[in-house]
Design a protein around this ligand. Structure first.
Ligand code: NAP
Length: 687
């Protein structure tokens, strides 16, 4: 990819560059200082960009269902995978080693795959998401309440930090896209050209629905003046910028939804059992060095505080030093063998060194590394200092005073960690909490009591807690890696956000509303049949209908069937389930729930299947499960049951010639009392 002298933005369906270079900010190669490109938004009409998303983007995404959007996310992963070498080349200019780029680029592509598959498994093939069970608000069932999620009508503005230009964007873009909300992505200036690279690939793929993704290359200080109710902002960056943006009127009183993932003083705790020589001690040291050096420590999740039982502090320092000596090669990521690159820019290097000095002033002693210009491996294979690059050696500080404020509040956003001693698990949890809310804390222990005590103490102050031991060391995704399945974000200083986190991140881009009305109305609005709405039990049997003809509300009402004592005994013999409530009249009657011997719940569910199934070969392909099964009224020998089976929700699959039909099953007795309720899940052919 050749970069233009001014990095373009992609807005209103076209590439845009300012007419003049005046005022443009230079962006330089992190290792060599060579000019990479410039960024500027001079002359860009932000309000038109946002309006384009709110109109064209909303309209094109609004035509698609959750599943159709999910399929597109998967398809987008394809051109990004095919052209990822181009992104790797750009990323190395920003100081990222191959391993760092892998996290950013392959990690970002992985997010698309994860959201694609979660979207198709956990969301309906529809546009409304029904949240939780219906609430019956009237005696006769004619007035119901149902929570539903509908997409926000505005634009999702995603403001990103410089450290993960690809992953950081895609982690927010994927859930916004799935929700049906168009994105305007605003990468950070120093690495915006890497984000431009992935946006260019997506634009060239032709897969983006019009207006679903726009890119602003350059600063946008007045962005918030143009936002309004229905828009949302996902911010990643420093706590100080977040604080400023959150204070804007558009957020405070204008109804703009704002979440932030900010810096956090994350911790890693070595359990008292994890003595030198144990797998947990080794895992702890290994992880500390990884977090110190990967992405040159420019990770919001990196370990800033290493909490170690006081008697083990020296052992940990020696082991970390040995591992750094053995494993870490600082240099230009384009040189063979380099394991840690420079920081993203000179500004970042200067800022990190400034923060390290604050830590030193607060009592931190540099015990590994030094603040001088390090000797590095250059792209031509030579060694020496490289002041033109933004290099900093891995630095570890020791604090003898674990209470020093700076230790728990100062973030040096680079290869910097502090080691401090603690006395017992309560002390460790208390010290972690001094960080004021973190993204992640990890615990290295094989002792379940220590693990439980620590996690209970740590969880309220962390978005994620990882327990590392010999059993998961090999498969653990690591302290520093948020995964798209789980919440990424944390309380307090960490910003309180949750950009990642599976379907909850999608719902974050939607509004939850309690809709009240009759069963008929709620059925029409949600596309999910509600008990009490009209049902059609005319022939043919609903199992004779493919998805082409089946409608929600299609129903089978069975004949009654008597349940006899013989049936119960036969079932008990046949299955081996001779629980006393079915077999022992006296013991059953003494049980607070039963009048005497009663039928097995599983027998009733099986009889119900016998009552509703149409046996012949037809469009129903398989029973894929039952959900929400509740046994309500016991059935005594001599009672009779009947079942009503009603098509409740129809979810055609985008890529298969079948889909899922969810049936409402209601078993009642001879007095019309509810015996059992559940959902039957089936796979049904499309034609
Ligand atoms: P930053 O200086 O706070 O900038 C973050 C983003 O905000 C950049 O894109 C920046 O754009 C933009 N921005 C600044 N002022 C703005 C305004 N008035 N309106 C709209 N956008 C504005 O942070 P950074 O230096 O890029 O990133 C480093 C920090 O991010 C570290 O503290 C790190 O801990 C944190 N971080 C947190 C996470 C997380 O998930 N929690 C992840 C990564 C990084 P410009 O570049 O154009 O100014």
């Amino acid at each position: 990819m050749t970069l233009q002298s001014i990095l373009p933005s992609y807005v209103r369906g076209a590439w845009w560059t300012p007419e003049t270079e005046e005022g443009a900010v230079e962006v330089r190669d992190a290792s060599t200082g060579a000019l990479v490109t410039q960024v500027s938004t001079r002359g860009l009409d932000l309000s038109r960009v946002l309006d384009y998303a709110r109109t064209v983007g909303q309209a094109s995404l609004g035509k698609l269902t959750f599943h159709q959007r999910a399929m597109l996310l998967k398809q987008m992963a394809q051109p990004l995978t095919e052209r990822k070498d181009e992104l790797y080349a750009l990323s190395s200019r920003a100081g990222a080693t191959k391993a760092d780029s892998w996290v950013d680029i392959d990690g970002g592509i992985g997010v698309l795959f994860t959201y694609s598959s979660k979207g198709r498994r956990e969301l309906p093939n529809a546009q409304v998401y029904v949240d939780g069970p219906v609430e019956n608000l009237s005696k006769d069932g004619s007035f119901l309440g149902q929570h539903v999620y509908t997409r926000l009508p505005g634009v999702a503005v995603q403001i990103n930090a410089f450290n993960f230009p690809v992953w950081g964007s895609l982690e927010k873009f994927a859930p916004a896209f799935l929700a049906g909300v168009p994105t305007v992505v605003k990468p950070a200036t120093p690495t915006g050209y890497v984000a431009e690279g992935f946006v260019r690939i997506l634009v060239e793929s032709g897969l983006l629905p019009d207006g679903s993704l726009q890119l602003i290359s350059g600063s946008v200080p007045d962005l918030f003046d143009h936002l309004r109710l229905g828009d949302l902002v996902g911010f990643t960056g420093s706590a100080s910028t977040a604080e400023k943006l959150r204070a804007h009127d558009s957020v405070q009183t204008g109804g703009v939804r704002f979440t932030s993932e900010t810096d956090s003083i994350n911790a890693s705790v070595l359990g008292a059992d994890a003595v030198p020589g144990s797998a947990e001690f080794d895992g702890y040291v290994k992880q500390l060095v990884v977090e110190l050096t990967s992405k040159a420590g420019q990770k919001c999740t990196a370990i800033r505080r290493a909490l170690v039982p006081t008697p083990l502090v020296d052992d940990v320092i020696s082991a970390v030093q040995a591992r750094i000596d053995e494993r870490v090669v600082v240099g230009d990521p384009r040189a063979e063998g380099v394991t840690m690159g420079p920081l993203a820019s000179h500004e970042q290097r200067d800022e990190v060194l400034r923060q390290v000095l604050r830590l030193v002033d607060a009592g931190g002693e540099v015990v590994i590394g030094a603040l001088d210009e390090p000797s590095i491996l250059k792209a031509d294979g030579s060694r020496g200092t490289a002041p033109e690059g933004a290099f900093v050696a891995p630095l570890v500080l020791r604090f003898t005073d674990a209470e020093a404020d700076a230790l728990h509040t100062v973030e040096a956003f680079g290869p910097v960690a502090s080691i401090l001693g603690y006395s017992d698990t309560a002390d460790a949890a208390r010290l972690v909490a001094r960080g004021g809310g973190s993204l992640v804390t990890s615990v290295a222990t094989h002792d379940t009591t220590i693990a439980r005590d620590l996690v209970m103490g740590l969880a309220p102050y962390n978005g994620r807690v990882l327990v590392l031991d010999r059993d998961d060391a090999r498969t653990s995704t690591g302290h520093g890696s948020p995964v798209p399945h789980l919440v990424h974000g944390g309380p307090g200083r960490a910003g309180g956000g949750e950009e990642l986190g599976g379907i909850r991140a999608v719902l974050h881009h939607m509004q939850r509303t309690a809709v009240q009305g009759s069963p008929e109305m709620l059925t029409a609005i949600t596309g999910v049949w509600h008990r009490g709405a009209a049902a059609n039990d005319a022939a043919p049997h609903p199992f004779r209908k493919s998805l082409a003809t089946l409608k929600i509300g299609d129903q089978l009402s069975s004949e009654p069937r008597e349940v006899t004592l013989d049936d119960i005994e036969h079932f008990a013999e046949f299955t081996g389930d001779k629980f006393y409530a079915h077999m022992n009249e006296e013991a059953a009657a003494a049980n607070p729930f039963f009048p005497g011997r009663v039928a097995h719940g599983y027998l009733l569910v099986s009889f119900a299947a016998g009552l509703f199934v149409d046996p012949d070969v037809g469009p129903v392909l398989a029973n894929s499960g039952l959900e929400n099964l509740r046994f309500v009224t016991p059935v005594s020998p001599g009672d009779s049951i009947r079942v009503a089976l009603t098509a409740k929700q129809i979810t055609p699959r985008e890529t298969d010639d079948y889909g899922e039909v969810r049936w409402d099953a209601l078993i009642t007795n001879q007095d019309d009392a509810v015996v059992a309720t559940y959902d039957v899940l089936t796979l049904v052919a499309k034609s």
